[in-house]
Design a protein around this ligand. Structure first.
Ligand SMILES: Nc1ncnc2c1ncn2[C@@H]1O[C@H](COP(=O)(O)OP(=O)(O)OP(=O)(O)O)[C@@H](O)[C@H]1O
Ligand SMILES: [Mg+2]
Length: 365
């Protein structure tokens, strides 16, 4: 693993009595695609704007390639930025827009011409060089904005929800382009989104923001398989959250009971209050559903009796809406092929079970 290229250290930003971010620390590797994911108001843009130099932190520091960044004037930071809304100069052509940051830096004319061609080719818009921004679609405008931000070879590119104003199809198309551009240029990217699918598709790692703090940072797989909190589990993928009372704990496993008295065990490496309330997390696709108690018992796995409320065919999978003995709704998802001879029918009782290694216990109720 190469050492950190961009180091964000204990950033805090307050507005009067509002704490926008607190204790935000993150090491980003050179060439990494790092995404900030989190709900509205969780501090993603604030963190990005401090790196860009549009805002000053109340506390903390940022290092780029080992050197303090915050004392450098924003226009001297050489950091590329793409915003949510199109920010092209409406009175300049596409080519002139891309050339703009190079002209500001007084690069030689021949170099500017070459670079503009190169950047427009990168975003597949060479034939649009002489058009005005108003003559482009939203997605094309955003690609010009990306070309402009990359024109002067910034070491870091910051993007604040650059695709959120686009429709789904266009968004997915530009996501693919972004991946390609990232691979071709090797630029380090900090990317903000509140769309988990987009985060999973694009990122090397994801920092999950919640209430001004980074709740967890890791690869999509790490966050999915091993969420540090209920919040992260809820934000990455779908989950069922079931109430339990913690009855005991050993090294990396804890035991608990459901409100119905059924026992359950789960992996957990966080402190859990024995005798206290907790939450069991189990993902819909990690649950098996069986028509009979005998079939369930044969697995020797922990589980629950449920009532099947609805069955939906989703093409590659079947979705079961079931309710627990304490009348809580749950989602179960199984490969469609497994359903065919399962004998599971709407309105009847069934059993669900899961592998202990696939479920997690959290201390919060
Ligand atoms: N100028 C300001 N004055 C006061 N509070 C502010 C200001 N700017 C941001 N905040 C507050 O700081 C917090 C973090 O805001 P920020 O814009 O970083 O969130 P975000 O994660 O980017 O949200 P969104 O997904 O809605 O863009 C919010 O509670 C916000 O209301
Ligand atoms: Mg924002």
């Amino acid at each position: 693993m190469t050492s950190a290229f961009l180091q964000i250290q204990r950033l805090r930003k307050t507005y009067d009595d509002v704490v926008a971010i607190d204790q935000v620390s993150l090491d980003v590797r050179k060439g990494e695609f790092m995404t900030f994911l989190g709900p509205s108001g969780s501090g993603k843009s604030t963190t990005l704007y401090i790196v860009a130099g549009f805002q000053e932190p109340t506390e903390g520091r940022v290092l780029l390639d080992g050197k303090p960044l915050l004392s450098v004037a924003p226009n001297k930071r050489n950091i590329g930025m793409v915003f949510q809304r199109y920010t092209l100069f409406p009175h300049l052509t596409v080519g002139q827009n891309v050339a703009f940051p190079l002209r500001v830096r007084r690069r030689p004319e021949a170099e500017i011409k070459k670079k503009v061609e190169q950047m427009l080719a990168l975003v597949h818009l060479s034939e649009f060089r002489d058009r005005m921004p108003a003559q482009l679609s939203g997605g094309q405008q955003q690609r010009v904005a990306i070309a402009r931000a990359l024109a002067y070879d910034p070491p870091v590119l910051l993007m604040d929800e650059p695709l959120s104003a686009l429709d789904k199809k266009l968004r997915e198309e530009i996501q693919l382009e972004l991946r390609r551009i990232h691979q071709e240029t090797g630029v380090t990217i900090l990317y903000v989104t509140h769309d988990q699918e987009e985060a999973l598709r694009l990122s090397d790692r994801i920092a999950v923001f919640n209430k001004g703090c980074i709740e967890q940072c890791g690869t999509g797989e790490e966050l999915y398989a091993n969420p540090a909190s209920r919040f992260v589990a809820n934000f990455i993928g779908n989950s069922n959250f079931l109430p339990v009372r913690i009855t005991g704990r050993a090294a990396e496993q804890a035991s608990a009971v459901f409100p119905s008295g059924h026992a359950v065990a789960a992996a957990s490496d966080i402190p859990l209050p024995v005798g206290g309330d907790g939450t069991l997390m189990v993902r819909p696709e990690q649950i098996r559903i069986r028509a009979t108690e005998a079939a369930h018992r044969a697995t020797q796995a922990a589980g629950l009796p449920v009532t099947v409320r609805d069955i939906t065919y989703l093409g590659d999978a079947m979705h079961y809406a079931v309710t627990t003995p304490w009348e809580q709704d749950m989602s179960v998802r199984m490969p469609a092929g497994d359903h065919r001879d399962s004998g599971i029918v709407i309105g009847t009782h069934a059993w669900i079970d899961w592998d202990t290694r696939d479920v997690r216990l959290f201390a919060q109720a």
